[in-house]
Structure formats: structure tokens, C-alpha cells
Design a protein around this ligand. Structure first.
Ligand code: ZN
Length: 134
């Protein structure tokens, strides 16, 4: 598959407002947008840096995946996303190689992206997302 670059690093936080202050006030990032992704039960804040982003993920539901992550491990890096040229081809290739996937088909992610997660058992414990966007 053709991986273009790191698309974003997803950080699970209890509060975008609180966690965002470090990135904006200290690091000089700008919060470009905050989007609700109802499918994932999160609000996502986008903090772009060159062709990548930091994404702050704040749960909107105590049963959502980010809330569960924080309950189990505390706040921190929750996933890393690689941008691929063609997500359909990438998924086909991964399936062909027997890689265990969380998403068999692409689904809608934040920022109009098509995304899919690879099972962390395949990646030494890192939740890896592949994504395609224009
Ligand atoms: Zn992501």
C-alpha cells in the first residue's frame, strides 16, 4: 500500500478546552475546528501542523470508545493515523495478508475522511488508523 504521511495523532482527553490550552497557549497551535463525530461519540478538535494534525478527542458519552480508553489507561495517545493513497486498495491488501482489522470496510471519520482501524494485536499494541481524504 502507499502510505503518504502521518495524517494525525489522536489524543484522548477529558476536556478539549482544558487540554487544548497547552497546545494553543504554549506550543502555538491553532484549533482550526471542532467537530462532533456521533458514530464515535466524540468531539474532535483539529490542530494542524504542516501536513499532519494533532487531534484532541473528547468523549460525549460515558460508553464511548474514548471514555473507555481514558477509564482504562488515563488520558494520552489513543491512536496514530497514516494517510494512504487509496483506502479500498489498502484494506484489500491488508485482508489479503491476513491482517486482523477492526473495520472491514471504510467508514466516515472526522474532516470528511474515509477511515479504518487495524487491530492493535497486529501492531504491538498501537491502535493504527488508515485514512484517505482529499
Ligand atoms: Zn483518527
Amino acid at each position: 500500500m502507499k502510505v503518504k504521511h502521518i495524517d494525525h495523532i489522536g489524543i484522548a482527553v477529558k476536556s478539549i478546552e482544558k487540554a487544548g490550552k497547552f497546545y494553543t497557549d504554549i506550543m502555538g497551535f491553532k484549533i482550526e475546528n471542532i467537530e462532533n463525530v456521533s458514530d464515535q461519540k466524540v468531539n474532535v478538535a483539529f490542530l494542524p501542523i504542516t501536513d499532519s494534525e494533532v487531534e484532541l478527542l473528547e468523549s460525549t458519552d460515558p460508553d464511548g470508545p474514548v471514555a473507555k480508553y481514558i477509564n482504562a489507561r488515563g488520558e494520552g495517545i489513543q491512536h496514530i493515523a497514516f494517510r494512504v493513497e487509496n483506502i479500498d486498495e489498502a484494506l484489500k491488501e491488508l485482508k489479503g495478508k491476513g491482517v486482523r482489522l477492526i473495520d472491514q470496510e471504510p467508514r466516515a471519520g472526522a474532516g470528511g475522511a474515509k477511515i479504518a482501524f487495524i487491530h492493535p494485536k497486529e501492531t504491538s499494541g498501537v491502535l493504527v488508523e488508515i485514512c484517505e481524504r482529499d
